[in-house]
Write a protein that binds this ligand. Structure first.
Ligand SMILES: [Zn+2]
Length: 238
């Protein structure tokens, strides 16, 4: 441990993001007890899970009747958005805790690597913020997470493929239909799509109804219909 870290820890003791307890020397971000109790979803162990079903039902609903067969999209979250674990995503989103975001991203990526995909991930793409929001916040929380996922999967982080072209209001108090309408056509694919076969892993912080990830997926597919797109988030909040 570098000298300045020892001094910093003496002056400002690091605390567990979940319970607020003072961390021991060998603990990072979470105390051992909170780390042991993370409510993992284990969604990565099976292509068919509650989150993937919800996401694929959005895809099915948007398809015209005569659409060709659509392969089932993979969707995974690391943990359930519940209790004190909500503070993990909040610390990344509102607190800009980049170390925590990247560490959680690595945890997610390691499980995705373990689970394996039929097509290896060729690009990790964070859901972008509108430039004004990004400028105000100073960072994009999805990008902090995607950095860790990209490192764990050894797949390139691509922030140049997707842009949020339209600012949208908060999704928090909206129903699923309202959320879909709120983010419809908010994203736009930019630049040259990566050469096929390409498997894009879209990253966001929380999956609630899937409306944001769905809108981002539709924008990428509109530009390059042969992409395979999977989605992964830190938390699942049904
Ligand atoms: Zn704790």
């Amino acid at each position: 441990m570098a000298v300045f870290e020892v001094v910093r820890d003496l002056l400002i003791p690091a605390r567990c993001v979940c319970c607020g307890e003072r961390l021991l020397r060998n603990e990072r971000h979470l105390c051992l007890s909170c780390l042991a109790d993370i409510p993992f979803t284990y969604f990565w162990t099976t292509p068919h899970n509650k989150m993937a079903d919800a996401f694929n039902s959005l895809i099915q609903k948007a398809l015209p009747d005569d659409a060709p067969y659509q392969p089932y999209s993979r969707a995974t979250a690391l943990f359930y958005y519940q209790g004190e674990y909500e503070s993990l995503t909040k610390a990344v989103k509102y607190g800009g805790n980049s170390g925590l975001g990247e560490w959680l991203g690595r945890q997610l990526g390691a499980r995705l690597a373990e689970a394996g995909f039929q097509t290896p991930v060729t690009a990790v793409v964070p859901v972008p913020l509108h430039w004004r929001r990004r400028w105000k916040r100073g960072y994009n929380q999805a990008e902090l997470i995607a950095r860790g996922v990209s490192a764990a999967l050894d797949a390139p982080l691509r922030t140049d493929l997707l842009r949020k072209a339209r600012a949208t209001g908060s999704q928090t108090a909206l129903s699923q239909e309202e959320r879909l309408a709120n983010v419809a056509r908010a994203f736009r694919a930019v630049g040259q799509p990566p050469a096929a076969p390409c498997h894009i892993l879209l990253i966001d912080d929380v999956f609630t109804t899937g409306a944001t990830l769905f809108a981002a997926r539709q924008a990428l597919l509109a530009a390059a219909p042969n992409l395979t797109i999977s989605v992964a988030t830190l938390a699942y909040a049904p």
